[in-house]
Design a protein around this ligand. Sequence first.
Ligand code: FMN
Length: 169
Amino acid sequence: MKIAILNGSPRKENTAAMIEAFREGAEEAGHEVEVLHVGKMKINGCLACEYCHTKGEGKCIQKDDLEKIMPAYLESDMVVFASPIYYFAPTAQLEAAWQRVYCIGKPAKATKAALLLSSGSGSYDAAIAQYKAFTGYVGIQDMGVCTATGDENKSEAKLAEIKAFAKTL
Ligand SMILES: Cc1cc2nc3c(=O)[nH]c(=O)nc-3n(C[C@H](O)[C@H](O)[C@H](O)COP(=O)(O)O)c2cc1C
């Protein structure tokens, strides 16, 4: 299975550690993983111009770093959203990418999804609700949500848990 991970963190710290643990487990289970560093990309908000759903035939009119993630997003069998929590939500960078994939409506091939969230003290409810609403709306299966809070971040136990989760996919 091809897995695309949209990493909303601009840093190589806590979310990155979760992603690496997930990648290790998934690759050991024989999956192909591509990490897309959305947190460092320049992706604008959606203009709601509807070009994508009319003349654009699934392509966005805006020319920015969304183009760097679309090939992997279109090809993936599973999409993983990964982000630190910023004020109770995923980062603005991940939110922009997530809203812009509106251009293709449902993921082309992906039938599975997962969510990885890192935070200082919790505050996951809004991000998890958004993710569950999205998976329900586009009709893909939620395979699970992993969170790392405070000292759990980069802890051996948490990374082992995430790796074990990825091996079950
Ligand atoms: C702008 C900003 C807002 C944040 N808001 C929250 C929050 O609402 N709740 C929380 O528990 N942690 C919050 N944090 C802490 C981060 O979620 C936490 O440090 C996370 O582990 C960072 O992940 P990273 O190392 O991948 O960047 C915030 C951090 C920043 C920079």
